[in-house]
Design a protein around this ligand. Structure first.
Ligand code: SF4
Ligand code: SF4
Length: 431
């Protein structure tokens, strides 16, 4: 296989195709610290794209309760155990040597799904990516084990632990929202024997050419995130299309001037956990330095938003701010060694970071650039850091302003939310 560079694992790796990069890359940041599991995003997607015959069990967007939930069931546990077998020395990271550009989280020294497929051929013959085909049963429940917690009590009381208890929560779970990651090195694309899957050169969105697909389901097997889905009615694979008409700025009600807009699932998010963007990619595949792009800022500049299972090797473009209350070994496995630094920052965000975090769900058009107007100091709070230390957080009522691709101002949010008192004469229940 050709060698390609994967910055998320800090090294070159095998991939079935030569390196090639889009001009812009569709990317997203999700903040599970804020997700309430309401599934509004899931239904926004379903009612837009997958409401037809044969798509009943197709959830391009899903939100699963971790650690037990998964759609399809056990998707990550199964793949991780396959990777574990392929990596007898463990899925180890060397985080001692880092550099912000090429190896921000250090170097993953285990095998990715592509390395493993090449070096450990399966008995039925060589494959392009390590993977498996979920059973029909595993696709049946979009959110099995919803809100089921794990923790110390899990081992002794009841099969799946008990509900949370006062005065402190000894058990944990969190909502993991997922869509296709429109990966830089997609497992689905690399596994397709018909070359029916392609990555759009203009925005990196990964699509399936329905006229070329013959329904072999190698993509379903090869996507480690199980986001390529087979439709029996058409005998072809379908997957998240990144709401590309919106990204192209074709929805005039949202983007009257034709600027790119966020997807349906992002726009609908009640918990304000989602921020979508487009990142400029240089010809050699590196990200054009742009610290005023909110996604570049959160992912590269601050390294607070981390890739999902970077060790799989697909360079996913879905990034997450890890939930603070979850045991660290679980987070290290899911988001890599950057989890500690991310939680440290999120526990007590500085002035600039706090302002950028206000941009989540501030506007349906994609924000390409932000500016911050400084406001006055409005308070101080004592924060308990993850190691138990106390820290003082100074709060400033700064205003963040977001601009669309055309440079038009589309968002203006202050750190301190304004409050309004309704006139008593107009509302009988006013106080
Ligand atoms: S998440 Fe899966 S379906 Fe989406 S691009 Fe990556 S490998 Fe393909
Ligand atoms: S709409 Fe937002 S808060 Fe609700 S489940 Fe989806 S990601 Fe979570």
């Amino acid at each position: 296989m050709p060698q390609v560079h994967n910055w998320q694992i800090g090294r070159d790796m095998s991939y079935p195709h030569e390196e090639r990069h889009p001009e812009w890359q569709f990317a997203l940041v999700f903040n599970p610290n804020r997700c309430i599991g309401c599934q509004t995003c899931t239904m926004a997607c379903k009612s837009t794209w997958t409401f037809s015959k044969g798509q009943e069990l197709m959830w391009w967007n899903n939100v699963e309760s971790k650690p037990y939930g998964g759609y399809p069931q056990h998707w990550d546990a199964k793949l991780l155990s396959m990777l574990e077998k392929a990596n007898p020395d463990g899925q180890v990271w060397d985080a001692t040597e880092k550099d912000a550009e090429n190896k921000p989280y250090g170097e993953f020294s285990g095998m990715t799904i592509f390395d493993a497929a090449e070096k450990k051929p399966r008995p039925e013959g060589p494959q392009q990516a390590l993977g498996y085909l979920p059973t029909d049963d595993e696709w049946r429940s979009p959110n099995i084990h919803e809100d089921t917690a794990a923790g110390d009590k899990f081992k002794t009381e009841g099969e799946y632990g008990e509900s949370t208890q006062l005065p402190e929560h000894k058990i944990w779970f969190f909502h993991l929202a997922r869509i296709c990651n429109h990966c830089t090195y997609p497992g689905c694309l690399g596994s397709c024997p018909r070359n029916a899957i392609y990555k759009r050169p203009e925005d990196g969105i990964v699509l399936v050419d329905q006229s070329r697909c013959r329904g072999y389901r190698k993509c379903v097997e090869g996507c480690p995130f199980k986001k390529a889905m087979y439709r029996p009615e058409s005998r072809a694979t379908e997957k998240c299309i990144g709401c590309f008409p919106r990204v192209e700025g074709k929805d005039k009600t949202i983007s009257p001037t034709g600027a790119p807009a966020e997807t349906r699932c992002m726009s609908a998010c009640v918990g304000k956990i989602r921020l979508q963007g487009l990142l400029k990619i240089e010809e050699d595949g590196t990200w054009a330095k742009d610290p005023t792009n909110p996604l570049y800022y959160l992912i590269r500049e601050r390294q607070i938003a981390l890739p999902l299972y970077p060790q799989f090797g697909t360079e996913p473009n879905g990034y997450y701010i890890p939930p603070r209350w979850v045991p660290r070994p679980y987070l290290h496995q899911m988001f890599g060694p950057g989890a500690d630094g991310s939680i440290e920052q999120y526990s007590c965000p500085d002035r600039e970071l706090l302002a950028v975090l206000q941009l989540f769900r501030a506007e349906r058009q994609i924000v390409f650039r932000f500016e911050i107007e400084q406001g006055k100091k409005v308070g101080e709070i004592e924060v308990t850091m993850p190691n138990g230390d106390s820290k003082t957080q100074e709060l400033y009522n700064d205003t963040i302003i977001g601009f669309n691709k055309l440079g038009e101002e589309v968002a203006r949010v202050a750190v301190e939310e304004p409050t309004f008192e309704r006139p008593a004469e107009a509302h009988v229940n006013s106080i």
